[in-house]
Each structure stands twice: as C-alpha cells, then as structure tokens.
Write a protein that binds this ligand. Structure first.
Ligand code: PAF
Length: 284
C-alpha cells in the first residue's frame, strides 16, 4: 500500500491503474479511523480493483469555536487499518497542498445545507463540498463511499454530484454501532466514562421513534415528542435538534408517508454527537 502526500503523485498512481483498465473506489475520511471507516474501505475493496483513502482533517469544515485543533489524529494506526481493510493508497496531504495561498473558490449547495447540522454549524457544508469536490477531481474514482451516519452530508454531496454532473457513483454505507448501540464516531473518544454511558440516549431515542412507528404512529410531532422525552430524561444530554425530514429535500414533514430521515444531534457535555435512521415510507 502506498502513502502519498502530493496531488500529482496520486494523479500519477491513478493514471497508471486506469491504463491497466482497473476500477477505482474512493473513501474520503478525516482519519482516526474506526470500524465504520473500516467497513467503508472493505465495501470499496469488494466493488473496485483499487481503493484510495484520503486522510485529511479539513480545516474549512470546522467553525471558529469547533474542535479542529483537538480533533484526534493517528496516522500510524490509520495506515494499519487501511492496509488491513484492503486499501491500495492513502492520500494524506498537508493543508497547504489542498489550500495553497490565494485559494478562493468554494462550492455551496443551497437549501439542503441550511437546516439540521447546517443550523448549528454555518459554513460546515461549504467546507465539506469544497474539499469533496477537490478530492473527487484529484482521485477521479468510479465510486465514492460515505457513511449513512452523516446522512445530511450524503444528501448534500449527492445533490452536488448531480447538479455539477460529476462522473462518480455515490454509495451510502450503513451506520456501524458499538454492541450497546452507540454509533461509531471519532468524536466518541472525547467522552468521559460517565458521558459515554449518557451518550446511549441517542440510540434509545431512535429506538423509541422506531417503536412508535411500528405501533402505527405517523404524526411527526407525536413522534418527535416521544423521542424528545427520552432525551430529556438524561441529565447530561442537551438536544441540539431532532428533525423528521424528507430524505431527498431534507425539508420537515408533518406526516411520515414517503422516505423520511429521522435525525438528531445531542450535546453530551461539550461533545456534539449525531445519529439517525431512515424510515422507508409506504409507496404512495
Ligand atoms: O465525513 C467526513 O469525514 C468528512 O466530512 C469528509 C467527507 C471526509 C470531508 O472532509
């Protein structure tokens, strides 16, 4: 497995594969890889001849008061994870390689980025879309793999790829959870032992939503109230948002009939965690 830091080196490696007629899968990450990332890389390795993994903590997608400096990093361990999961190449550029002096072009996806995480993290999706566009332009993969935990990110990137006619197939992979239900996230490392226990409230709230749906509830306000009650019962949790939105447009729904994203963000102490499930609506 190669580990490269320069854009031109990556382009040259991919060009060589292309000349041999090989297909290329791409997994963009910010490193500190966990089993969620591992499963993305494994899925990419099954579906493509070669797999590129990018490891880049993208400063542009962090707000001024967010955790960019603190974000966990461990390139040595990440390299092992990538190798074991079947990656062919790691691209881990320095910020200056992707954002040279005078960099002034951004990619904005309107509408889909204003609600949910976009409300608390203004500018976040502009940073995500800009870096994903750059990475897709550099790697030019056949397929790119994203985790469903960042459901809004996937919806936004899917719209960007469609709107800008980017020649790549996007694949969303299921959320990977700890045995007790907590969704895997690099940010879980911020949690104290007590907070780690409290963080289970996200999964409990989602399970409550699912069980209400199983009991036939379709009213969004009723579902939200039942889920919010679960969050409210956990003293260490502070709700950022809990939304039921159309899976394509990310606009709030009042009744669950079509495919709906049930998504939430919760502060556990200072750590902001997100989780979700997709309700597959009855055919209309
Ligand atoms: O999901 C992430 O880890 C990041 O947002 C991504 C897609 C790698 C862009 O920096």
């Amino acid at each position: 497995m190669q580990a490269l830091t320069q854009i031109e080196q990556v382009r040259a490696a991919v060009k060589e594969w292309r000349q041999q007629g090989l297909t290329v899968g791409f997994v963009p990450t910010m490193g500190y890889l966990h089993q969620g990332h591992q499963s993305l890389i494994e899925t990419a390795a099954k579906g493509n001849d070669k797999v590129v993994v990018s490891i880049f903590v993208n400063p542009m997608q962090f707000g001024p008061n967010e955790d960019f400096a603190q974000y966990p990093r461990d390139l040595q361990r990440d390299t092992q994870v990538c190798e074991q999961a079947g990656a062919s190449l790691i691209f881990h550029p320095e910020p200056h390689e992707l954002y040279p002096d005078g960099f002034c072009t951004h990619v904005d996806v309107a509408g889909l980025t204003e609600g949910l995480c976009g409300k608390t993290r203004p500018g976040h999706f502009r940073g995500v879309c800009t870096v994903v566009t750059k990475l897709l332009n550099i790697v030019q993969p056949d397929r790119a793999y994203f985790g469903q935990k960042d459901a809004q990110q996937f919806a936004v990137v899917r719209r960007m790829v469609r709107d800008l006619n980017m020649p790549v197939e996007l694949i969303a992979c299921p959320i990977i959870r700890e045995p007790d239900g907590l969704a895997k996230s690099s940010r879980n490392t911020y949690l104290s032992t007590q907070e780690r226990q409290a963080a289970l409230v996200l999964y409990r709230a989602l399970c409550e939503g699912r069980s209400q749906l199983q009991n036939g509830v379709r009213d969004a306000n009723q579902l939200r109230a039942a889920m919010e009650q679960v969050i409210g019962a956990e003293p260490l949790a502070k709700l950022d948002y809990l939304e039921l939105v159309d899976l394509q447009t990310l606009q709030p729904v009042t009744q669950l009939c079509g495919d709906t994203l049930v998504a939430l963000a919760v502060y556990i102490g200072k750590t902001r965690l997100i989780d979700n499930f997709i309700y597959q609506g009855e055919q209309q």
